[in-house]
Design a protein around this ligand. Structure first.
Ligand SMILES: Nc1ncnc2c1ncn2[C@@H]1O[C@H](COP(=O)(O)OP(=O)(O)OP(=O)(O)O)[C@@H](O)[C@H]1O
Length: 243
């Protein structure tokens, strides 16, 4: 379990307590500036809280050696920028750095991540020659190549076309089914409603609601947080938001 306990980050998050379980997909939603990216980065151990703590299987994240943390938690930041103009395959291979595994195992993990993100035709291309969505898939493949217990991804679907979005959601759901923890920041409330097992709703740095999507994303919560009169239409798993 990955937990935030009274997590406060000055001016950004206020007393957030959440328990994230592996084996399920958790979506973090909320308006712009609500603190979603801040919470995700803090859960990955990348931001020091002003007060409160993040624990992984009851151990404070700060006590885990960085390499161990990198093996256990794969983090995809929101910005799709890459400092070096690497080939896709080389970038994905960086996901193996936290491990001391042999070449065959590294090769298999990289090949698997490239296949999962449907990047085979692009594997030898330089990142600078890719489109925004192709680059986003390459960056996520690097996270998958680590084969972490936890996958924390900030808007991983934002740059993807509909077919790649659906393929990625299926894959992330499969990874959760295998027992990994998947935590996604998303703006698309229908996507969170239809595909997440658990939803956290943030607003102005505070946790407003959490629970199964049908509870956390009720029309009342949407009215309160987004100030929108919206109605859910359709059947579970295929719901759409009418505004
Ligand atoms: N490095 C920083 N230093 C100080 N304040 C920051 C920093 N990064 C973000 N903030 C502020 O913290 C608040 C939460 O930002 P955060 O990026 O977590 O929001 P978000 O919910 O992910 O927003 P968005 O949907 O726009 O991506 C915002 O008010 C933002 O201006």
């Amino acid at each position: 379990m990955l937990e935030a306990l009274g997590l406060t980050i000055a001016h950004r998050l206020h007393e957030v307590t959440v328990q994230l379980r592996s084996g399920r997909v958790t979506a973090i939603v909320g308006p712009n500036g609500a603190g979603k990216s801040t919470l995700l980065a803090a859960l990955a151990g990348l931001i020091q809280p002003t007060s409160g703590a993040v624990t992984l299987t009851s151990h404070p994240l700060t006590q885990l050696p960085p390499q161990e943390r990198a093996r256990r938690i794969g983090y995809l930041p929101q910005s799709g920028e890459v400092a070096w103009n690497l080939a896709v395959r080389t970038l994905v291979g960086l996901g193996r750095l936290p491990h001391r595994t042999d070449a065959a195992e590294n090769y298999a993990a990289v090949a698997d991540a490239i296949a999962t993100m449907q990047l085979e035709p692009l594997a030898d291309r330089a990142l600078s020659t890719l489109s925004g969505g192709e680059r986003a898939r390459a960056l996520l493949a690097r996270v998958l190549a680590t084969r972490p217990q936890w996958i924390l991804a900030d808007e991983p679907l934002a740059a993807l076309d509909l077919a790649h979005q659906q393929a990625l959601i299926r894959r992330l759901r499969d990874l959760a089914q295998e027992g990994r923890g998947v935590v996604l920041v998303v703006h698309d409330l229908a996507l969170a409603m239809n595909h997440a097992d658990h939803v956290l709703v943030l607003d102005r740095g505070r946790l407003i609601a959490q629970g199964p999507p049908q509870d956390a994303l009720s029309e009342n919560v949407i009215a309160k947080v987004w100030n929108l009169n919206a109605s859910w239409l359709g059947q579970p798993g295929h719901k759409a938001l009418a505004l």
